[in-house]
Design a protein around this ligand. Sequence first.
Ligand SMILES: [Zn+2]
Length: 322
Amino acid sequence: MLTTGVSDIDEQASHIVTIKCQGCGAEVVINTESQLQARCHWCRQTLSQQTQIPNGAVPDAVLPFHLTHAQAVEQVRKFANKRRLFALKKFKQEFTPENVVGVYMPYLLVDGNAHADIAGFGEIKTRQYQRGSDNNKTTYYDADVYQVTRSFDFTVDDLTIESSSARANQNTKQNTNNVINTILPFDTKNAVRYDANYMGDFTSERRDLNVEEVMPVAHSQMLSIARQKATDSTRYDRGLRWESEALELKGTRWVAVLLPVWLYSYYEKKSDGSAFLHYIAVNGRTGETMGSIPVSVPKLLLVALTIGTVLEGIAIAIVANF
Ligand SMILES: [Zn+2]
């Protein structure tokens, strides 16, 4: 069953507009009632109403921010401070954690009811023994091999799936999109019915992926949940090898939700003229923080070399003790 928001477009919310950023191409959703001079949450370019594009579908639900701006600034500062040693000088000079902005990121949540059939082979050790002379011993294992099949029903609850194609497309040469997924999970159970008033000063990102488009991702995530459940229920101490697996989705329920993220972004312009988008993301509920900062390669090399030398020194010391 699809809930209405997943397919409908709300014509009423006329003060909610979507603008294509001319700096980086992001599709940014803003509330014109509270933001006259909005900036792109990725590249900080001022957004121009001239490049307005049609709104995406209205979300069903929103998880309101819990962390304040001040708390987010503190999280970003702590994250960067821990990595100061390797950070690019320019990044340190321009570091302004107060620029962190609140963004609602579009996700699809899915509840699913599925049936899994998984089959393979498992081994249980029956004996372990050694053969050979004193200085040339080999250890042998005897094991029984069993054919294992598991057939079961299971449910998943609030599986969280990316619904902006720009972020689902993870080109690690140009950006670090995958960082957002590392600050999951969110307490999605506390999401409330969407209301444009939650937008306030926050921006959002246009959802442009529909249920059919994210279905393959949902299917493969559910399959790996099924595989895990099947593995957990066995006692094969010598390992388990699944060889065939099938998943039948009996029913799904989808909810389009906005999740709160504090974002600090930094554009690194490389010497070859290319640009790399770095950012530090803070979960707007839990404070979980992850990110990337531009590093100075010579400094990293120097540290790697130093560690390498120390390890070599230890290895030599061990050899010398024999
Ligand atoms: Zn931008």
